[in-house]
Design a protein around this ligand. Structure first.
Ligand SMILES: NC(=O)c1ccc[n+]([C@@H]2O[C@H](COP(=O)([O-])OP(=O)(O)OC[C@H]3O[C@@H](n4cnc5c(N)ncnc54)[C@H](OP(=O)(O)O)[C@@H]3O)[C@@H](O)[C@H]2O)c1
Length: 255
């Protein structure tokens, strides 16, 4: 029970990594607030989680400040406070050469992946201070470390997440709030399926094999492997970790 008595908020809870993280956190004794933009998807996610768990849910678009603040208030109302924020909601956007990207393409990715992470941080600081500290974990990517052709908005957004995490860690260390980033490589779930299909509409499976071949470990990661790292960073086991970028990429960035 590595999160016994802790209250965790997970954004993007209807996605692959979000759901796996919720499942693991519940197993480790946390009370969990699932946040996502689709009530229908939240209800379907809830059906796959234990019926007797300490669970609540709230609908919020990542870039909607009032909805984010309301989600955090709802967690406090349901569970008495906030100890852990997993800022996980994210979108891959459209794969296009930079000269073909529209303002709408770029803005959608920045609003979700950058403003969304900042808003998650912003509204959990005061409640975490009331608890004497906390842990914020934001999802970046290998695309936060290096460039990928055709992915300018996503790459920009994930570099920004690393910058925000470093800044938040410096501002919040004095309040005993730790802030860390996770940098996954390709993970076997919907998002990578979308990227494969966008990169190679006629042969997504072939694209999958190409991308797999770029990973030194020769495979995609799993949602559960990312959830395990989120658990470590959320728990007191990582009590001296803050401002860090924690890659989980099968060696992708090392190569
Ligand atoms: N999969 C990978 O290979 C990979 C690699 C590196 C980093 N990551 C990062 O890991 C995080 C989780 O992604 P995932 O792999 O679990 O992909 P996913 O299955 O597509 O999940 C993404 C989640 O974010 C939500 N979301 C998207 N746009 C949103 C918005 N505007 N407002 C609120 N929620 C929104 C999605 O909700 P809907 O279902 O309603 O769209 C979903 O719950 C993301 O930040 C992603 O960039 C993933």
């Amino acid at each position: 029970m590595r999160l016994h008595g802790k209250v965790a908020i997970i954004t993007g809870a209807t996605g692959g990594i979000g759901e796996a993280t919720a499942k693991l956190f519940l197993k480790e004794g946390a009370k969990v607030m699932l946040v996502a933009r689709s009530l229908e998807k939240l209800q379907s996610t809830l059906q796959r989680l234990p019926a007797d768990a300490d669970l609540a849910h709230h609908v919020a678009d990542a870039a909607d400040e009032a909805a984010n603040a309301a989600a955090i208030a709802a967690a406090i109302e349901a569970f008495g406070g906030v100890d852990i924020m997993i800022a996980n909601a994210g979108t891959e956007g459209s794969i296009k050469p930079l000269e073909a990207l529209t303002m709408a393409d770029f803005e959608e990715v920045l609003r979700t992946n950058v403003l969304g992470v900042w808003l998650s941080m912003k509204h959990c600081v005061a409640p975490m201070k009331l608890r004497g500290g906390g842990s914020i974990v934001a999802l970046s990517s290998v695309a936060g470390m290096i460039g990928f052709p055709g992915m300018m908005s996503y790459v920009a957004s994930k570099h920004a997440v690393f910058g925000m995490v470093k800044t938040a860690a410096l501002e919040l260390a004095v309040s005993n709030i730790r802030v860390n980033a996770i940098g996954p490589g390709p993970i076997a779930n919907r998002m990578m399926g979308s990227l494969e299909a966008q990169m190679s509409p006629d042969d997504p499976q072939g694209q999958h094999e190409i991308l797999k071949g770029l990973v030194p470990m020769g495979r995609y990661g799993t949602n559960e492997e990312v959830a395990n790292l989120a658990l470590f960073l959320a728990s007191d086991e990582s009590s001296y970790c803050t401002g860090g970028i924690h890659m989980i990429d099968g060696g992708f960035i090392a190569s």
